[in-house]
Design a protein around this ligand. Structure first.
Ligand code: TYC
Length: 133
């Protein structure tokens, strides 16, 4: 069998070597691109990766923070669009609390700190919690 190119790619995520065989130009590409059919072995992954734990940032309702300010926070800190910001602000207003986003621990804590800093600077009592997702 004549091959144009044989590339060896190292997939760092799975820690396995994947042999990719480029197709020769005489057709039957699919069969030729499957390394198992060429007698090349795929090693089992040596390292299993785990998803990091995720954390919700939850905003709490209060009677004093203006709705516009909460919408501003949702857009500015959580990068939500106008519709999503209005809808989450109203959910918090009506139900007492609402999730603004789910992040890794550091990102969730940084966003929660930003919410509190921005709120206190503007003299609003807005409260924010970080909870395990
Ligand atoms: N309840 C506030 C008001 O009526 C609005 C508000 C919404 C405050 C969400 C905080 O997280 C909050 N002005």
């Amino acid at each position: 069998m004549i091959l144009d190119t044989v590339e060896y790619l190292f997939d760092t995520n799975l820690q396995k070597r994947t042999d990719v065989v480029a197709a020769s130009d005489d057709g039957d590409d699919q069969e030729r691109q499957d390394p198992r059919r060429d007698g090349l072995l795929l090693a089992e992954p040596m390292v299993k990766t785990k998803r990091p734990p995720y954390f919700k940032v939850v905003l709490l309702n209060d009677d004093y923070t203006p709705m516009d300010f909460v919408v501003f926070v949702l857009k500015d800190i959580f990068h939500l669009d106008h519709e999503a910001s209005i809808s989450i602000m109203l959910e918090i207003h009506n139900k007492g609390a609402g999730v603004c986003g789910i992040f890794t621990r550091d990102v969730a804590e940084t966003k929660a700190e930003l919410v509190i800093t921005l709120s206190r600077r503007n003299e609003y009592p807005l409260q924010c919690r970080v909870e395990k997702a």
